[in-house]
Ligand binder design. Sequence first.
Ligand SMILES: NC(=O)c1ccc[n+]([C@@H]2O[C@H](COP(=O)([O-])OP(=O)(O)OC[C@H]3O[C@@H](n4cnc5c(N)ncnc54)[C@H](OP(=O)(O)O)[C@@H]3O)[C@@H](O)[C@H]2O)c1
Length: 325
Amino acid sequence: MKALILEKANEKPKVVNDFEKPVPKEDELLVKVHCVALNPVDYKLVSWPQTTWKFPHILGLDVSGVVEEIGEKVKDFQKGDRIYYHGSLFTRGGFAEFAVCKAIVAAKIPEEVTFEEAACLPTAGFTAYICCIKNCVLQNQPEWDNRSNEDETKRKVVLINGAAGGVGGYCLQISKKICNCEVIGTCSPNHADYVRKLGADHVIDYNTEDITKRAKEITKGRGVDAFIDLVGQDSTTEGLNALCFGGKLCYIASPPKALPPMFEAKSVSSCALGWAYTADELALHELGFIAKTMVNWLKEKKISSPDFKTIKLEEIPEYFELFES
Ligand SMILES: NC(=O)c1ccc[n+]([C@@H]2O[C@H](COP(=O)([O-])OP(=O)(O)OC[C@H]3O[C@@H](n4cnc5c(N)ncnc54)[C@H](OP(=O)(O)O)[C@@H]3O)[C@@H](O)[C@H]2O)c1
């Protein structure tokens, strides 16, 4: 089969036409690949080889395609199903004509959703789901909270730092359209309209404005209920100061330098999406559940895909370089 292979870590991947087609294990699906999304993690993995890799390695985590063959123990899928999934970064991936995945992490794609839209979801969308729904619990109004979701001024307030990126785009949509929060997004000025369009009620230019000060102004001194940091340690550390009493900070790139004092009752959590593959089957079941949930949100037009551009397999190495710069 045709595949984009990485012969060694830190090398430029190259296309070959005679790579061995994978064979599905009893709990796996063989997938004829239609689309694979590119994310920052893809180029980062070129210089971050995993001990489990067998070279030549095939990168590519967010795959959509058609089931070609099913393992003996697979029950929920059949040949011809349109599916998508977040693949394992510890085994060979999807930059190829065929790929295998565990059936438990896959979800069927409804006919209203394209292969491209589905492939855009996993790394960025599932991470956003974990940040917003699982870790920051934005969808629930606690029983003691006498603020009403119908009152525009009394919704939970979430600040998304790094809102213009892939993960940020889905965080904006989930917190606004699924969880009905008041949403603050940070970005460069040229992305302000885009961030507003996806759901931000307030936009902060992280280059020139003091994020904590603005967050306090917007919340009339209270602080935000949740601060989702998609950027790095400095902003994660500072983000703790923007939280209200008992607020939740969730990070995906780097933890804060220190935990907040206990008497502020703030909680800190992380998302490590791909590491679900190092845990037990329940963690993988969760990936499958999120896949089913989010593709239905797309079908029901509760969320939409980011603007995307399709490229050929051969063009991926040059896009890795572009991403890196
Ligand atoms: N832990 C996990 O499970 C997990 C999962 C997915 C991604 N990640 C990581 O999370 C990060 C974000 O991923 P992504 O796919 O969203 O990346 P992306 O699409 O490349 O977006 C990055 C965004 O960050 C913004 N940005 C850069 N510097 C900033 C700053 N100082 N303050 C605020 N925003 C800033 C940029 O906004 P402007 O263009 O407006 O300047 C850009 O749009 C990456 O490092 C990725 O590897 C981790």
